[in-house]
Each structure stands twice: as C-alpha cells, then as structure tokens.
Design a protein around this ligand. Sequence first.
Ligand code: ADP
Length: 268
Amino acid sequence: MDVMGHDEEGAVGAPFYRPQGDECDVFAHAHALGLPLLLKGPTGCGKTRLVSHMAARLGRPLYTVACHDDLSAADLIGRYLLKGGETVWVDGPLTRAVREGAICYLDEVVEARKDVTVVLHPLTDDRRRLLIDRTGEDLTAAPGFMLVASYNPGYQNILKTLKPSTRQRFLSIAIDFAPPDQETAIVAAESGLAADRVAPLVRLAGKLRALKGQDLEEGVSTRLLVYGATLIAQGMPVERAVRAALIEPLTDDAEVKRGLLDLFTAVF
Ligand code: ADP
C-alpha cells in the first residue's frame, strides 16, 4: 500500500465517501507520518464517514468513541473489573488502538472531561506514549496508530472549547456541508432516490441552513437529508418525509415550523 492508502484490496468494501477537497490526501499523509488529526465541522457533514472510509482504505482497525460530558480518561484507557471473583484489567478503546496500531476516533472530543486531555498530550507529540498509571505500563503506540478527533465549532462556548495547547497538537481539516451538486450526488447515492428528486431537498436544505443563528440553532445536516430522501425513495409522500426528516428535528416551536413549511412549499 502507498502513503495515500491507494490499495486495491483495502479500498474494496470501504464505506462510500465522496471527498469535498483534499481531505483524504491530508488524512493519508497524517497517518503515514503518525500525526494526529482534528476534523472540524457541523454535525452530520461526513466526518465519521470520512474516518471509516479512510480506516478501511488504510487497512487499519477503527475504534470510535462518542465523547460525552461524563467520559473520563479511564473510559478511554481501561479499568480493573471484577470477573468471576477476580480483578482483571480490561483495556479501553484508546489502549487497544495504541497496542494494535489502530485508528482511534474521538467524536466530539470537547465534550469529554478535562482529564482526557492529559492522556492525549503525550500521545499527540513525537513520543506517541500512553502511560497507564493503574497498571504501571508505559506503552509506545504501535506503527499504524493514529488519533483522530472531531469537534463542531458551532457548539463552541466558553466552557467547552479546545485549548490552544491541545488543538495545536493536531493537523486540522475543516469540513462543511458539501456544495449543492456534490451533496445531491451524496444523498442520491446514500438513499437510492434519483438525483433530480434529491435536488429540491438540497435546495430546501440551503434555505434552512441560512436560518441558522436566527430561527434555528442548527441547520439541517446531510444525515437528515439522507433520511428524508430514503423515506421518499420508499414511497412516502414528499411533504410527510420533509416534515419528519427536515422540519421536526430542527425545532419544537410551532410558529417556526410553519415558517419552515412555507419554505418547503416555495421550493417544491
Ligand atoms: P458527522 O460525523 O460529521 O456527524 P457523518 O459522517 O455521520 O457525520 O455523516 C452523516 C451521513 O451523511 C453519513 O452517514 C452519510 O450517509 C452522509 N454523508 C455525509 N457526507 C458524505 C460524503 N462526503 N460521502 C458520503 N456520505 C456522506
């Protein structure tokens, strides 16, 4: 396999990912150099899909951790558990990835507790070390190991942001929703709905995204477009599918919903 992950075998069966730019190349180079990577972008824009696609292309196992505000370093590293009257050490996903030379993906890393960053720092510099203080092990990451983290800059607030000392340890890629023609191709491929029927959904998404920060906290994601298109492909009337996939998930406010439905009528 070459640096870019161009390996016929690895590529076969890799989850479909349509690149927006050079993100696959940057990912492959980061992996070859053993550098950590940060993916920045709104929810549902393709970050997780990019990681699973590249893990398959590079032929590495993938451990994905959805971070939340209660996630601690022990959840990543591992802990002693009682098994059949004995206490045994069980590796967490990060430790497994470090031992196996796998890719570890920390989704929404800013959500995690502060002690997680302490663990990540020695792993993200050229030492590539993971210290497990509970067992006294000091592991050097196996070749092939890569740390990938994502975060959504839109959710940023004073309390939950990545400190410069952490973010400057990662190469970074900004990913946004794909431009309309590309997003139409993605949604058509994922849902099986013909591109000419997907196009108005993508146009509506553009209008809904323009409302972000005014009536809506978040614009509609590519994920929701795929859901909506899948419902339509299965025979659901367009308006019902749009309500369920593109309107109800965005707001609870009756008046805002009516406004969004008006946008739907204007587009379709
Ligand atoms: P994120 O991790 O950014 O929240 P995901 O990677 O889970 O988002 O993307 C949500 C869905 O959108 C995917 O399951 C896939 O169906 C679709 N998708 C988004 N971008 C792409 C892309 N570039 N290529 C293929 N599918 C995509």
